[in-house]
Structures are given as C-alpha cells and as structure tokens.
Design a protein around this ligand. Structure first.
Ligand code: C2E
Ligand code: MG
Ligand code: MG
Ligand code: MG
Length: 271
C-alpha cells in the first residue's frame, strides 16, 4: 500500500526529525533524576595568555557534561536548551557553582587560579541570583574575584534595565563579566556598548571564517582594537592550529582557548 502512494518527502529526513524529537523527550524526562543523582561532570579548559603559553595555567572555563548511565557522555549542546525550557537549568546552575568551588578549594590548587562559569539567561530570572552565587562561593572561602561569569548575547535578554542592574550587582560582589560567543548574534556590538563587560570572547566560528573570507579578519582586528579602547580583555576561542594562534597574536588578542592548548579535561587531570 505504501508503495502505491510514495511520499514526496525523503523518508530519511522524517526519520531524523522523529529521532531527534524522541531523544529530546527522553532527555527531558531523565533530567530531574539526573539532577537528583548528580549525573553531571564538570570539565575544565585552560584559557592562557597569548604571550605566555608556557606559564602555569591560571584560568579555566568550566564546561558541563551529562554522564548518562546508558547513553554515555552527553555534551551540553544536547541538554542545556532542554534544561532551560524545563527550568532544570536553575538546579544545574547551582550544581556547577558548587562543583567549581569544590575544585578550587582543593589544597593543591594555587590561590591565583580562576574559573569562568557559563550562565544561562534563564538563570537571570532567579530572585537573588547574584547574592546566592556570591554566598555559595564565599562559604567555600573563595574570593569572588577568581570567578568570571560568561554570558552569551541572547534574545532572551530583553529587559535591559534588569540586566544592567544584575551586571552592577555582579561587579559590586567582585565578579568579572565576560561576553561569550562574540560575533555569533545579530547585535554583538550594541550589546557590547550597552552592557559593562570586562572581557569578550571572540567565537570559534569567527576565527574559522577568517580562513574562508578575509573580510572576517578585518572585522576581527577592528573588534580587538575597539575592545582594547573600551579597556576590555579579548579572548579568542577555538584555537586549533599554529596558524590560528599566529593570526590572533597578530591581532594582539590577550588570551586564547582551544584544542591547540588543551581540550576540556577533568579537574583531576590538572591537579
Ligand atoms: P561556550 O561557552 O562557548 O564554550 C566553548 C565551547 O567550545 C566548548 O564546547 C568547548 O569544548 C569548545 N571548544 C573549545 N576549544 C575548541 C576547539 O579548539 N575546537 C573545537 N571544535 N571546540 C572547542 P562544549 O563544552 O561542548 O560547550 C558548548 C556550550 O554549552 C558552551 O559554549 C556553553 O554555551 C554551554 N555550556 C557548557 N557548560 C555550561 C554550563 O555549565 N552552564 C550553561 N548554562 N551552559 C554551559
Ligand atoms: Mg563559555
Ligand atoms: Mg563561547
Ligand atoms: Mg558557545
């Protein structure tokens, strides 16, 4: 019967959608239990000064993974959005803060080592978010100036006034603020000028595009200059090759992060 009424859509494509939806539902269903059982793992990726690659690592970005008992390690891109929709990101976010503190407070870790933590815009809506985070960090005896908060440009950030207040609260508590994934959104520049960031991270896709289209390099160089005029630190993400390292050094980018230096690893592999 199916043979006499052939579908116009390629079946493989439909299958892919159904499969993705099924995975989505499955993960959404498992998330609350995963939080309860703490099935997450935090990985850390070094961020190093462009001119001091051989110095001891002083800063890392914390990157979450879901250690699923059957599916194995699930990357954040597969579940953060789901957790944002369900609200589970709130609990996950606090787990991340605690885990970062647990790692930083190990005796073998130098006091000058800092960590960047990714924050979801959904977390902004939490009442007392900044105070709660600061309280947790201080309860471990860790200084808030060792922590950088990474925030991605996002359409969810419509409430400028509230966001600005949150930014000044973070600064008042001693945190640094970093604009993540610069160059991937539509309004990166206005966002940069409207909110008081300390650091910008130029996204990997931007670095990659310079190899395809020389215009990207001209824009990137201009962005680095602008950022420095605004007294911001510039980090280039996703540096994989010596060629890319040389390129962003020429731009005078302050710091780099990428597989060339290290993949994200467990804290125990560093300390
Ligand atoms: P992000 O914050 O922009 O993190 C950088 C991503 O680039 C990481 O992917 C990292 O593994 C990857 N990366 C770094 N260097 C290279 C490189 O040289 N080559 C390639 N191909 N990739 C590189 P990851 O760990 O899969 O994280 C993806 C995104 O998930 C993050 O992007 C961040 O937006 C989000 N995320 C991760 N952890 C958390 C978290 O704890 N909370 C929240 N809300 N979001 C998180
Ligand atoms: Mg980040
Ligand atoms: Mg990024
Ligand atoms: Mg990203």
């Amino acid at each position: 019967q199916a043979k006499s009424t052939p579908s116009r859509k390629p079946v493989g494509y439909q299958d892919a959608i159904v499969q993705e939806l099924r995975l989505h539902l499955e993960l959404a269903h498992c998330l609350p239990r995963a939080i309860e059982l703490q099935e997450f793992a935090l990985y850390f990726q070094p961020i190093v000064n462009t001119t001091e690659l051989d110095e001891p690592i002083q800063h890392y970005e914390a990157l979450i993974r879901w250690d699923h008992p059957i599916k194995g390690v699930i990357p954040p891109d597969h579940f953060i959005e789901i957790a944002e929709k369900s609200g589970d990101i709130i609990a996950i976010g606090y787990w991340v803060i605690h885990e970062v503190c647990r790692c930083l407070s190990q005796p073998s870790v130098p006091q000058n080592v800092g960590v960047s933590i990714n924050l979801s815009p959904v977390q902004f809506k939490e009442e007392m978010l900044v105070q709660n985070i600061a309280k947790i960090i201080k309860s471990y005896g860790i200084s808030t100036n060792r922590i950088t908060i990474e925030i991605t440009e996002s359409s969810a950030m419509q409430d400028n006034q509230l966001t600005k207040e949150m930014f000044s609260e973070f600064h008042a508590e001693g945190f640094k603020l970093s604009m993540d994934d610069f160059g991937t959104g539509y309004s990166s520049l206005s966002y940069l000028l409207n909110f008081h960031f300390d650091i910008i991270k130029i996204d990997k896709s931007f670095i990659d595009n310079t190899l395809v289209d020389v215009q990207y390099e001209i824009i990137a160089q201009t962005v680095v200059k602008l950022a420095h005029d605004l007294k911001l630190t510039v980090i280039c993400e996703g540096i994989e090759t010596d060629e890319q390292y040389k390129m962003v050094s020429d731009w005078q980018a302050d710091m780099i992060q990428g597989y060339l230096i290290s993949r994200p690893k467990l804290w125990s592999e560093f300390y």
